[in-house]
Design a protein around this ligand. Structure first.
Ligand code: HPA
Length: 269
């Protein structure tokens, strides 16, 4: 139980219990506004939570009902490039786990290494490559939360992926699949890095999600993750990369993501 979870349960009781968590990435926060009977708490009011400094990240935990499911929405997240490591990087996922969450659906904005998956499209993550240079579980292990050594062989749950693909097909939302490579940022990659990452087997590149997935697997949560592609990775097109470009391009992906997640929630395994 994190301090933040205890505070929320003391304040709101069962109104903050949920079984599915959503993490909404850069420019993808709008889905939180659709949550009914919402209890919204700014991260700044939650002990142990880092306060996000990035535009496009509201920094709120919104608990309520979405498509008939009890959801806890982390609207905004902590990033390694903000200098956040250690416990504050784990607070969000551990808090929602303590509120009852058993399934995590993480989203992010990412660059595509596949020309046939252009900006505006979604990519379902099948696996990841951690090039962040950090692991959120570094340091003493709390055996009550999870094991010292966590297997990541099946980090991106197969049954969840099948359900998301079936939902996407039914909803007419194209959903590519691929491997997400995480860098710490905040600089974007060089063209040489992107060529190297393609050789390593990456299909998308971004600056988030991997820490949360690792913490979620440590806590025994089932995990699914979707990238909203906001750009072709550096060196693959003439578009200059910037955070503004990411946020502007996240709009199309956000709409598709909202359709997909809302449709997937009722029968989510
Ligand atoms: N690289 C890293 N992170 C990103 C990108 C990218 O091209 N696009 C959105 N987030």
């Amino acid at each position: 139980m994190t301090d933040a979870a205890r505070l929320l349960l003391d304040r709101h009781g069962d109104a903050v219990r949920a079984d599915v968590a959503l993490i909404l990435g850069s420019g993808l926060g709008a889905l939180a506004d659709a949550v009914e009977d919402a209890v919204a708490t700014p991260f700044a009011d939650l002990p142990g939570f880092p306060v996000s400094t990035v535009t496009g990240h509201a920094g709120r935990l919104v608990v309520g009902t979405l498509a008939g499911r009890r959801v806890a929405v982390l609207q905004g997240r902590a990033h390694v490039y903000e200098g956040i490591t250690g416990a504050p990087l784990t607070a969000g996922v551990r808090t929602v786990a303590a509120l009852g969450v058993r399934t995590l659906l993480a989203t992010n904005a990412a660059g595509s290494l596949r020309p046939e998956v252009p900006p505006g499209r979604l990519m379902l993550l099948t696996d990841h490559i951690n090039m962040m240079g950090i692991n959120p579980l570094t340091g003493p292990n709390d055996d009550a939360l999870g094991p010292r050594f966590v297997g990541l062989g099946d980090a991106y749950d197969a049954e969840l992926r099948t359900h998301l693909q079936a939902t996407a097909t039914a909803a007419g939302v194209p959903l590519a699949e691929g491997v997400y490579l995480a860098v710490s940022g905040p600089s974007f990659e060089t063209p040489a890095e992107i060529r190297a990452f393609r050789t390593l087997g990456a299909d998308a590149v971004g600056m988030s999600t991997v820490p949360e997935v690792i913490v979620a697997r440590h806590a025994g949560l089932r995990v699914g993750a979707i990238s909203a592609i906001t750009n072709l990775a550096e060196g693959m097109s003439d578009t200059a990369l910037s955070h503004e470009q990411t946020l502007a391009s996240a709009v199309d992906g956000a709409r598709a993501l909202q359709t997909l997640l809302t449709a997937a929630l009722p029968d989510l395994p």
